[in-house]
Design a protein around this ligand. Structure first.
Ligand SMILES: [Zn+2]
Ligand SMILES: [Zn+2]
Length: 319
């Protein structure tokens, strides 16, 4: 009897989490200032380019480091080159476990804590990031152990969460559409046995603004359209003012790019900064298919910015 009551309670808790209610669009906080600065991607206006991704997100004075680049010191050096002070940033979000997104974390914490003991003291991750990757060393385990010894807290997200007013973590993204934006060769150990690694932890950030959502994505393994759809379902229905980051369309077929552009159009996307694994050709195809110009659809580069007043500033590379 005692056991079944426990089971029922556990079920109710899980059901409650699974049925996350959308929020009211009129009541939701809309941020009044927003700035996104790219700190790691392949092209660089200043600093160093690398195969990786990181960006600093600033909303109404609150700051979040989104991913940490690939090489251990790229984001640290790029931030210094750009005059961006990361020591005041206390929260970091890791979009998923891959090395090109988590590679800078240990060095950043090590260096920044010299200036502020609270720098990067909270690491937000999606549920599934700690699963065993079969035949591979999941580096995030060693990273977690070392950082926890140093007083850093890991916060695992299994549903949407408003980190700061108007800044949302999506929660696990339901793969409604078969976007299949992952390698296909990896395997993970789950409670149901060994299955294909579709990077279940891949989550993104959505900012609510009066002009629509601003989406920031790391590698887009969950699929950019699945992610946009989920934001519209789980937060509220609105257009997208901007999509920024890696969208993993680098090997996508023409048909898939056309389908993606059609959905982005349906979701009212106005600005696109396709960095990292978006792919340069994919970005140019999307620009054409979306009917956007060179000021509203750009290849992302280190040092570029997006803000609510000026939109995308692509920097010298695309000026
Ligand atoms: Zn990845
Ligand atoms: Zn990546």
């Amino acid at each position: 009897m005692k056991h079944s009551l426990k089971t029922i309670l556990a079920f109710l808790i899980i059901s409650h989490c699974a049925m996350a209610q959308p929020v009211s669009k009129s009541d939701a906080h809309k941020v009044s200032s927003l700035k996104v600065t790219t700190l790691s991607t392949m092209l660089a206006n200043s600093g160093i380019g690398e195969w990786g991704y990181a960006a600093l997100i600033e909303v109404d004075g609150k700051k979040l480091l989104f991913d940490t680049g690939s090489k251990h010191d790229t984001v640290l050096k790029n931030a210094r080159d750009l005059g961006v002070d990361l020591s005041v940033v206390e929260d970091v979000f890791l979009s998923h476990n891959h090395g090109d997104h988590v590679g800078g974390l240990l060095t950043l914490r090590e260096e920044l804590k010299k200036e502020n003991p609270n720098a990067l003291k909270r690491v937000h991750v999606g549920k599934g990031i700690f699963l065993e990757r079969v035949g591979k060393d999941n580096k995030i385990w060693a990273m977690k152990e070392a950082l926890e010894k140093d007083g850093v807290e890991f916060v695992e997200h299994d549903s949407k969460a408003e980190l700061f007013p108007g800044m949302w973590i999506t929660g696990p993204v339901v793969r409604i559409y078969d976007e299949r934006n992952w390698s296909g060769s990896g395997k993970i150990k789950t409670e149901d046995g060994i299955v294909e690694d579709n990077i279940p932890e891949d989550q993104s950030i959505a900012i609510t603004t009066a002009d629509g959502f601003v989406l920031i994505s790391g590698c887009g393994h969950a699929g950019v359209i699945n992610t946009m759809q989920q934001i519209r379902t789980d937060i509220y229905e609105d257009k997208f003012f901007a999509a920024i980051g890696g969208f993993h369309l680098i090997r996508a077929s023409d048909e898939h790019i056309e389908w993606t552009a059609g959905k982005m159009k349906e979701f009212g996307l106005e600005n696109l900064n396709g960095a990292h694994c978006t792919g340069i050709n994919a970005l140019y195809d999307l620009r054409r298919l979306l009917g956007l110009d060179k000021y509203h659809a750009v290849v992302g580069s280190v040092g570029d910015t997006f803000d609510l007043e000026n939109g995308i500033d692509a920097g010298l590379i695309a000026r």
